[in-house]
Write a protein that binds this ligand. Sequence first.
Ligand SMILES: [Zn+2]
Length: 80
Amino acid sequence: MAKFSERAQAKEAERVALKGHLRAVLKLYDRNTCTHDETHRGGAIWTICDGCGKQWADDRGGFVPYVDPPEIAAARVAVR
Ligand SMILES: [Zn+2]
């Protein structure tokens, strides 16, 4: 019985560690992804993020509001 409990504890510790690693990956993703909504226009064709300065050219599709890709949304649910 003690052996099963040790195994269960090891599994739980592994699960907690993996969640921590996934949280760190999401943090890195968020730091490198523009998720801001506030923008202003620049020049004739640019939309510029007020938060981070990312630029979108109208002739390259223009600004598209951020939405989590399914993989990131699933990861956010997994670390709750
Ligand atoms: Zn931004």
